[in-house]
Design a protein around this ligand. Structure first.
Ligand code: UDP
Ligand code: MG
Length: 310
């Protein structure tokens, strides 16, 4: 597969309160980029930071035209920041990395080589990760459950750290869906995909922003936007419980159940109440997402940019 002559690569960096990591990122990226056989631009999206992130990004793009910055009007979330970067980037391919350098920029040369060799999606698979034990364990379990449930095979232990060819970027940008689970969409679009194994490092500075709650939200988005299995689960449960109820009814009619089980109706009420609530909750998960999509609000608002002369 031929690649454009003298290609341009966009590096997309979502940034939320990253004033401590950014100076390190600026230096590390510039150093490793010297070894790349391609031109590059960096598209930083400030996701409504409350620290000096935006002024650092503005200063960087004032000094270097290939550093472009966009600032959201408030915090819209990591997936929105990456999606905005995909819309704004001009490269023949784009690479998504975290500002905290957990995805080592030194790996990018390998991604670019795979792209030049003809792969359209090159994604990082974490061989190990330097995160807290609980987060590692939950992530490990989550990726395996998602693999079982999802209608699209989503490679396990791969995050957003990936290179996307221009045709993949355009395909993802054209998708109308608002709640974006990018690592799922990246698999869904297809094209030639290639995994690259890497070691995910610890954050270089500052604090992680993904709380347990926001990681859980992302995990639920992953399951509910890529699988309708939970809906079917409700049906199966309904059948199973109704079958059980019929059996019990038959047993009591035939007087097979002793007097000691008279409390059974009470148990059944609780059981059925619980099961119904679970099923309503599952429906609610989908309904809430449908509601979000139907409202069709933009997923982010750009308040400011420092994009230099074009
Ligand atoms: N991030 C963002 N918006 C948010 C939370 C995080 O743009 O609301 C960025 C953050 O600056 C970083 C990347 O997303 O570049 C990953 O976030 P973080 O390091 O907090 O997550 P973790 O690596 O712990 O999963
Ligand atoms: Mg991180």
């Amino acid at each position: 597969m031929s690649r454009p002559h003298d290609p341009l690569i966009s590096i997309i960096v979502p940034c939320f309160n990253e004033e401590e990591s950014l100076p390190i990122l600026f230096a590390r990226l510039e150093t490793v980029a010297k070894t790349w056989p391609v031109r590059f631009e960096v598209v930083c999206v400030d996701d409504g930071s409350r620290d000096a992130t935006w002024s650092l990004l503005q200063r960087q793009s004032a000094a270097f035209a290939h550093w472009r910055g966009f600032s959201f009007s408030r915090n819209f979330g990591h997936q929105a920041a990456v999606s905005a970067g995909l819309q704004k980037c001009r490269g023949d391919a784009a690479i998504i990395i975290d500002a905290d350098l957990q995805d080592p920029p030194e790996e990018l040369a390998g991604f670019i080589a795979e792209w030049l060799a003809g792969n359209d999606v090159v994604y990082g698979v974490r061989e190990s990760r330097d995160d807290p034990a609980l987060k590692q364990a939950l992530a490990w379990g989550f990726y395996r459950v998602l693999e079982k449930l999802s209608s699209t095979p989503i490679p396990r232990d791969s995050g957003d750290f990936a290179l996307l060819d221009r045709k993949v970027i355009d395909a993802i940008n054209r998708l109308p869906e608002r709640r974006r689970y990018l690592r799922g969409l990246r698999s869904w679009v297809g094209f030639r995909q290639k995994a690259v194994v890497f070691k995910r490092l610890a954050r270089v500075a500052g604090q992680p922003h993904y709380t347990f709650k926001s990681s859980l939200q992302l995990a639920l988005d992953g399951v509910f936007s890529f699988s309708t299995v939970p809906l079917r689960l409700a049906t199966w449960l309904g059948f199973a419980i109704s079958g059980l109820a019929l059996l019990l009814a038959a047993a009591s009619l035939l007087d097979l159940v002793s007097r000691a089980t008279f409390s059974l109706p009470v148990i059944a009420v609780f059981l059925l109440g619980g099961v119904q609530l679970i099923c309503v909750g599952i429906l609610g998960e989908y309904l809430g997402r449908i509601y979000d999509e139907v409202k069709a609000r933009p997923s982010w608002i750009i308040a400011d940019s420092s994009d230099g002369p074009t």
